[in-house]
Design a protein around this ligand. Structure first.
Ligand code: ACM
Ligand code: ZN
Length: 574
């Protein structure tokens, strides 16, 4: 090779490096969910993270400067940065809301009130980072965006050496499209431990999701300690077998006596609620009634129509436990339970289920027949309406609002009751003035298959919900008139766990579909762009790797270390 050729090759190499660097420097970074407005500028802000000296923790030259309202978020950020960088970031409280050179400012001062409860502005220059938001939730979401602008290793659980902790210069103005950005987890069919629930909450926070709907009771297990009725957990939290034709080794949720299941003590619940609160996640508890109550009725069969017996060891998909709507003690029982639930959960909404009540249960019961006559009711759905209205009064007396599945809509509810639409009713409910959360079976059921090739997928309940369908879902019903649209609170993924006996299996079904739902519920509808989302997801997969999340690999992310899980087998622990 002669000298000139060498020069030409070297020249093109320099050009390539400069061009690539410039392109990388001005491209829009891989934020999920996509913010409302992003302006990228040239340059980088660097965290000052001195090199470690004989393993001693070091103080970062970058301070986190906060006002009083931003203190908690400041400490959250410092803790996150400490884990991966190994540096202590001093959190300093000041009154003034002005940026200082080399530092990160989190403040509510001079924030634009139009950003609302959850909006924020993030300004990164080579000199400083400023997150300004009217409320603490907005500051928290600004911090999530800041963390996503850092290398994905920032989410590592322990020190990652030799990473350049830089943030691209940028201006973001952002706020969510919907106030309800949720995930429902069924812990009845298979129990998730406290640590596992926290892992899910952590991943939700990364994606700016703010509502965790905790399906705590169902036919196959009662998962919440109720002091007044200890048999609910002593008996109802357990079954003889894992069930659902699963390999017993697919889960580790066995008690010391070999029974399968588990429950949360009230102390556990308080801990998880507090953990969620620091991540601006509201936990909405669900206590199923009047149906899906076999676990409760196994413990207390006297509150059923037949007197039992009931069992949590039901074949897959069978549901049979219903409270007696003619028995006053059955009402006292559920009302006592709800009183303890309201003490534990500060959420505005309490979910009471209300779905899939078997139609013939009450028609064969003498007590229920008297109720039909006394109340002038003719059909089982009318009696369900009566049941739910009584429960609604109890929930309202605790200063809360009732939310339930589609079926409760026809019961004649008070205005403040909300509907969770899984099989329709959103337009009718919103038009009648009720708030609605969209969880349609076709677009939000994450227990459905992610591929039409079910042979290569772990066994699932059925259905087909690929990632692009979640991404293209619009929670706003097309035919809802504009004056009622504010009643659509948002959307949520439902994770029914019949065939998901472990956390890594749950993660496989939830991710990356939850990343798509995050964008559906946060980002403007007009910004939806499937190709761009996939592009941004490449970096998001690396973030999920840092969280050790067993997401489903697809053709656009072949590099993951995680393995798909096989039918009925304990998936490989990542
Ligand atoms: C439901 O899926 N039964 C609400
Ligand atoms: Zn009855």
């Amino acid at each position: 090779m002669n000298y000139q050729t060498l020069l030409r090759i070297a020249g093109s190499f320099v050009y390539l490096v400069v061009a690539t660097t410039l392109a990388a420097e001005t491209s829009v970074p891989s934020l999920i969910p996509l913010p409302q407005k992003v302006e990228r500028h040239e340059g980088l802000f660097s965290l000052r993270t001195p090199r470690r000296f004989i393993g001693l923790p070091l103080r970062s030259g970058t301070k986190i400067v906060v006002d009083a309202a931003a203190q908690e978020t400041g400490h959250y950020l410092a803790a996150q940065l400490w884990r991966a960088t190994g540096c202590r970031f001093k959190v300093e409280t000041v009154v003034a809301g002005v940026a200082t050179k080399g530092n990160i400012l989190l403040t509510t001062r001079d924030a634009k009130s139009g950003l609302g409860m959850e909006g924020y502005e993030l300004a990164v220059t080579t000199d400083s980072v400023v997150i300004r938001a009217p409320q603490a939730a907005g500051l928290f979401y600004g911090v999530q965006s800041l963390l996503q602008l850092l290398p994905p290793e920032v989410f590592a659980a322990k020190l990652v050496p030799a990473v350049k902790w830089t943030v691209p210069c940028i201006n973001i103005e952002d706020q969510p499209r919907f106030v309800w950005r949720g995930l429902m987890l069924d812990v009845s069919r298979h129990f998730s431990s406290k640590a596992e629930v926290k892992q899910i909450l952590e991943a939700m926070a990364l994606h700016k999701l703010n509502t965790f709907h905790w399906h705590l009771t169902d036919d196959q297990g009662w998962r919440i300690e109720i002091k007044k009725y200890p048999l609910l957990t002593r008996v109802g939290a357990w079954r003889k077998q894992i069930g659902f034709n699963l390999d017993p080794k697919a889960s580790t949720a066995y008690g010391p006596d070999g029974r399968y299941g588990g429950y949360y003590t009230q102390a556990d619940i308080k801990e998880i609620v507090a953990y969620a609160q620091t991540r601006h996640i509201t936990i909405v508890p669900e206590i199923e009634m009047p149906g899906h109550a076999s676990a409760a009725l196994m413990a207390y069969p006297e509150f059923s129509c037949t007197g039992g017996p009931f069992t949590t060891d039901l074949p897959g998909g069978v549901f049979n436990g219903v409270y007696c709507a003619g028995n006053e003690q059955a009402f006292s029982f559920v009302q006592d339970i709800l009183a303890e639930v309201c003490e534990l959960f500060p959420s505005k909404y309490i979910h009471i289920g209300g779905d899939e009540v078997p139609p013939d249960n009450w028609t064969n019961c003498a007590k229920c027949q008297i109720r039909f006559q006394q109340e002038g009711l003719k059909t089982a759905p009318e009696l369900e309406g009566y049941f739910i209205r009584r429960i609604e009064k109890c929930i309202n007396a605790h200063g809360r609002s009732l939310i339930g599945w589609s079926e409760i809509r026809e019961g004649g509810l008070a205005q403040n009751a909300a509907i969770m639409d899984w099989i329709g009713g959103a337009i009718e409910a919103a038009t009648a003035g009720h708030n609605v959360v969209m969880t349609p079976l076709a677009d939000c059921y994450f227990d459905h298959y992610q591929s039409t090739n079910t042979v290569t997928e772990p066994h699932a309940i059925g259905g087909y919900l690929p990632l692009d369908q979640v991404y293209n879902f619009n929670p706003m019903p097309a035919k809802l008139e504009s004056q009622y649209q504010s009643h659509i609170l948002g959307a949520q993924a439902n994770v029914w766990t019949e065939y998901m006996p472990s956390l890594s299996h749950v993660e496989y079904m939830v991710f990356p579909r939850l990343c798509a739902l995050a964008e559906v519920t946060w980002s403007p509808q007009k910004a939806r762009n499937w190709a761009d989302f996939n592009q941004r997801m490449q970096l998001n997969y690396r973030r999920l790797d840092q969280f050790n999340i067993n997401y489903r690999r697809n053709t656009s992310n072949p590099g993951s270390a995680h393995q798909p899980i096989s039918d009925g087998q304990a998936p490989k622990t990542p």
